[in-house]
Design a protein around this ligand. Structure first.
Ligand SMILES: [Zn+2]
Length: 256
């Protein structure tokens, strides 16, 4: 037998054997965490890549609102943290085009670029304008049938660094500022930097219907105050890999 034929057969054998023990199929339910979509220095995903990811997700999942995730056999939820202006300018038109919902988590103190702290907290170069959505944009989205507004604390601190009183203030005031300014009921919370502890978890459980973290695992926990999300990657290839059962098994085993 020629060498190339032997290699060809071996590859086939390896492929077959690997399929028996490696599960490349995607996980059933997942919450994705995006930040800024665009070409800004702080954007993680380009518009083109984001569009490709939406198309990919539509081909493999039902893209649903968080409340419907458990009604699906294979569902994905889109979430966006920090309320960047490109959510309004770029993401919402795409949500409309594809008719898919999303939740955006906003910091009450940062709307309209009101606070200077936003630059250090979000790692955005100082002096940039139009970073965070304006009050009018948030007001418009509060009425939008594909968008749900969530609370991301008042001013995006790492809750782990705060006292119990400060934790409460950040979570509860963050919620009230949004509710009062935009005439909303805020039920969803996302922990800044994904970090949480017993105190912050307890306050979230008391004041919101659910809390979202950024975790390594895609497995949806039964704890509504600590729902894990996976950080949306830059490309479809990375997304495809991150959503596979084998990647999640690897991550779990490696403690990533
Ligand atoms: Zn954030």
């Amino acid at each position: 037998m020629s060498l190339s034929r032997t290699i060809w057969r071996s590859v086939g054998h390896l492929y077959h054997e690997s399929r028996r023990c490696i599960d490349f199929s995607p996980v059933d339910r997942v919450i994705l965490l995006y930040h800024s979509i665009g070409e800004k220095p702080w954007s993680e995903t380009s518009v083109r890549q984001f569009e490709r990811q939406i198309q990919f997700l539509k081909n493999h999942y039902e893209i649903v609102d968080l409340d419907e995730l458990f009604d699906t056999k294979r569902g994905v939820v889109l979430t966006f943290d920090d309320g960047y202006r490109d959510f309004y300018d770029t993401v919402v038109p795409l949500l409309e085009e594809h008719d898919v919902p999303a939740t955006v988590f906003v910091n009450g103190a940062f709307i309209d670029d009101r606070s200077e702290i936003l630059y250090s907290r979000l790692g955005v170069p100082e002096g940039e304008n139009g970073v965070i959505m304006s009050a009018n944009q948030v007001r418009e989205l509060a009425e939008h049938n594909l968008v749900t507004i969530g609370n991301h604390t008042l001013s995006h601190p790492n809750l782990d660094d705060l006292s119990e009183t400060e934790i409460k203030e950040q979570i509860v005031r963050g919620k009230h500022v949004l509710e009062e300014e935009f005439d909303l009921t805020i039920e969803r919370f996302a922990y800044p930097y994904g970090s949480y502890n017993e105190e912050s978890r307890a306050v979230v459980e008391e004041t919101h219907r659910c809390g979202l973290i950024a975790d390594r695992s895609t497995n949806i926990s039964s704890d509504a105050a600590l729902l894990p999300r996976i950080g949306a990657p830059a490309t479809v290839a990375q997304l495809d890999w991150q959503l596979s059962r084998v990647a999640n098994k690897f991550k779990k085993n490696l403690g990533l």
